[in-house]
Design a protein. Structure first.
Length: 233
């Protein structure tokens, strides 16, 4: 993947005002004749509070990039920072801690725990991090995602769109430096997808929440602050 920045103009990596930066990332899979260069020198910077979309055709390296930005995979070369901290300098324990406290995730297939209610799923990151539960904040979030009358329902009792709303509230609850969303509308119909895009936009606006989203969704340019286009490498 290379990235282009059609609009607005490119932002140079700069740790000061940015939630996430990537500098000259490469990722090579395999060796010899099976070598695949999934990323060939990707640089980007996402300022705090922005909603950024990474778009591109299948196989262009979007998932690879998202996993490396989120610290789930290491680049072959190049550097990632989250909240000004370079991921390369962190050992596995510190990386896990950083992911738990500074990163939220939203997945295509929701990934909720089936035995927990909507509210239980939303509060799970707080519990895992040993954080005090703030009922006002949890109530606010449940209201924000429109699930006040579904908080005691299990995921199996919720529609796909409702499950993704739970996942978004779960990602927001820690007030992370950045939320990474991997095809968040990919498993929803057109209307459900539009509602999720609107909700992500509202999260960025209301909570100054930085969000980086991988998507095939053509309508995303109507809600994103910037769109990074991936080209086949
Ligand atoms: N573990 C792996 N081993 C070898 N090659 C891989 C591996 N993971 C991904 N690739 C290759 O790297 C390239 C980028 O894959 P990636 O999954 O990042 O693309 P993508 O843009 O997310 O695609 P899609 O939209 O289909 O999910 C592809 O050519 C893929 O075959």
């Amino acid at each position: 993947m290379n990235t282009t920045h059609p609009s607005p103009p490119p932002t140079l990596p700069d740790n000061s005002g940015n939630a996430v930066t990537a500098t000259e990332l490469t990722r090579r899979y395999g060796t010899g004749t099976t070598t695949v260069d999934a990323l060939r020198g990707v640089s980007l910077a996402v300022p705090h509070g922005e909603l950024a979309a990474i778009m591109g055709p299948s196989g262009s390296g979007k998932s690879t990039l998202l996993h490396i930005l989120a610290g789930l995979d290491r680049p072959t070369s190049g550097e990632v920072t989250i909240g000004g901290r370079a991921l390369a300098g962190l050992d596995d324990r510190d990386l896990t801690l950083l992911r738990r406290t500074q990163v939220g995730f939203v997945f295509q297939f929701f990934n909720l725990l089936p035995m927990l209610t909507a509210e239980g799923n939303i509060m799970l990151p707080l519990k895992l991090a040993g954080k005090r539960q703030d009922p006002d904040w949890v109530n606010e979030l449940i209201g924000k995602v429109g699930l006040s009358d579904r908080r005691d329902h299990l995921p199996s009792q919720l529609s796909g769109g409702q499950q993704q709303r739970v996942a978004i509230a779960r990602a927001l609850v820690m007030r992370p430096t950045v939320i990474f969303a991997d095809e968040p509308t990919g498993n929803l119909d057109s209307r459900g997808g539009a509602e999720i895009l609107a909700l992500l936009r509202a999260a960025a606006d209301s909570y100054h929440q930085t969000i980086v989203m991988v998507t095939h969704e053509p309508r995303v340019s109507t809600v994103a602050d910037r769109t990074l286009s991936a080209k086949l490498s």
